[in-house]
Design a protein around this ligand. Structure first.
Ligand code: 13P
Length: 253
C-alpha cells in the first residue's frame, strides 16, 4: 500500500515550551502507526533538534523543516541551508508552501533548485502545490497546478520523482475553514496522479503519496482520507491541538 501520511505544519506558532508539551501530549496519547503510516512534524527551525529527539523514540514519527534555502551555502544572512538540516538529522522538508510562494516570492524554478538540494542530501521534499481562489473560480485549476509540478519536479529522473511527497493545498482552503469537498480533493489528486503517470508511467505515479491540505480538521479527516487518491493530510491549525492532531493521525487509511 502507498504510504499514508499525517503531516503537521506548525507554521510560525507556539513557543519552544508549548511545542514540547504538544509533542508530549500527542505521544502520551499513544497513537501507534501501522508500517505504511507516517506522522511528520514540520516545526520552526529552533525546535528541530528537540523534535528530532522526541520522535526518535516513536515508530514512524518524523521531523521536517518548513523551508530551506535554494542555494547550497553563502552570504544569505538569516537563511538555513539543506546541508545544515542534513547535519542535524532532518530527513523531510516542506518545499513551496503557498505562504512562502506569496510572501517570499518563491518561484517554480527556485523550488526546483530546493528539490534538487534536498534530494542530494537525503531529505525528502514535501512539495506543495495549489491554486488561488480566482483560478478555481475561472475553472483553470488543473492547468495551474499541473504547471507547478512540471516546472519544479519534472526535470527529475524517474528514480528521484519516486522520492517526493506531494501536498495539494488549494489556497482558498488554507486557514479559512473552507475545506475542499471530498469530491474536489479526490478529483484534483486523481488528476495530479494522471499528470505524473503521463510523464513517468502509472507504476511510478501510483507510488507517490499525495496529501491534501487546507482546513483539515479532526471531524473531516476521515472522510477526506477515505478517497482513493488522498494519502493523508498536511495540517496547519488543527495540528496545534494534541487531541485534534491525534484524531487526524488515527483517520489515516
Ligand atoms: P490549515 O490546516 O490551517 O488550513 O493550514 C493548511 C496548511 O497550510 C498546511 O500547510
Amino acid at each position: 500500500m502507498r504510504k499514508q501520511i499525517a503531516a503537521a505544519n506548525w507554521k510560525m506558532n507556539l513557543t519552544y515550551q508549548e511545542g514540547e508539551k504538544l509533542l508530549d501530549d500527542i505521544f502520551d496519547a499513544g497513537t501507534s502507526l501501522a508500517p505504511h503510516q507516517h506522522a511528520i512534524f514540520a516545526v520552526p527551525y529552533p525546535y528541530l533538534i528537540m523534535t528530532r529527539s522526541e520522535v526518535a523514540e516513536e515508530f514512524n514519527y518524523h521531523v521536517a523543516a518548513q523551508n530551506c534555502h535554494h542555494k547550497k551555502s553563502g552570504a544569505y544572512t538569516g537563511e538555513v541551508s539543506v546541508d545544515m538540516l542534513q547535519s542535524i538529522g532532518v530527513h523531510y522538508c516542506i518545499v513551496g508552501h503557498s505562504e512562502r510562494r506569496e510572501y517570499n516570492a518563491e518561484t517554480n524554478a527556485m523550488l526546483a533548485d530546493k528539490v534538487n538540494l534536498c534530494q542530494e542530501n537525503g531529505i525528502t521534499p514535501i512539495f506543495c502545490c495549489g491554486e488561488p481562489l480566482d483560478i478555481r473560480e475561472a475553472g483553470t485549476q488543473n492547468e495551474f497546478v499541473a504547471a507547478q509540478l512540471r516546472e519544479s519536479l519534472f526535470h527529475l529522473p524517474a528514480a528521484r520523482i519516486k522520492g517526493i511527497i506531494i501536498a495539494y493545498e488549494p489556497i482558498w482552503a488554507i486557514g479559512t475553514g473552507r475545506t475542499a469537498s471530498t469530491a474536489q480533493a479526490q478529483e484534483m489528486h486523481h488528476f495530479l496522479r494522471s499528470v505524473i503517470a503521463d510523464h513517468y508511467g502509472k507504476d511510478i505515479a501510483d507510488e507517490i503519496p499525495i496529501l491534501y491540505g487546507g482546513s483539515v480538521k479532526a471531524n473531516n479527516a476521515e472522510e477526506l482520507f477515505s478517497s482513493p487518491d488522498v494519502d493523508g493530510g498536511l495540517v496547519g491549525g488543527a495540528s496545534l491541538v494534541a487531541a485534534d492532531f491525534t484524531a487526524i493521525i488515527s483517520a489515516l487509511k
